[in-house]
Write a protein that binds this ligand. Sequence first.
Ligand code: FE2
Ligand code: FE2
Length: 155
Amino acid sequence: MTILDALKADHDDVKSLLGQILEADETTVRIRLFSEFKIKMTAHSHAEEKVLYRRMERTEAGRPEALEGAVEHKVVERLMSDLSRKRGKDSEAWTTGIRVLRKLVERHVEAEEEKFFAIARKAFDERTLDRMADEFAREKKRRGVGPTASRIAAV
Ligand SMILES: [Fe+2]
Ligand SMILES: [Fe+2]
């Protein structure tokens, strides 16, 4: 398994969590799902920056993309922490915030899967991408998050 498979599995997972938050009627369920989302999203972004972005920054094609991606991580993080502090997680304002967060995350991971993955496949060989998967798992674990089961593999 390469790091790209691990990233894709995480992307599907965080997108699904955001969908579940919006569908949940009970506030306690929303709070639980949001806190799960926050932990997983944060661990994913940090590990991704450390393992993938840092290497991409050293390539000509990857540098601008990686720098942009890191700024997007900050935007997501900021909105996440605003929503985390906000009371009334059943309010219209909070729900609107989650909807915007979902759009941001969807756009961000789409760009990664289209552009970043193509750059990574060109810049790094299969063995390196495999090794990066191990590093990525270790970085996530340091933040208390285990690997995400791939949906494709689970079928
Ligand atoms: Fe990312
Ligand atoms: Fe990502």
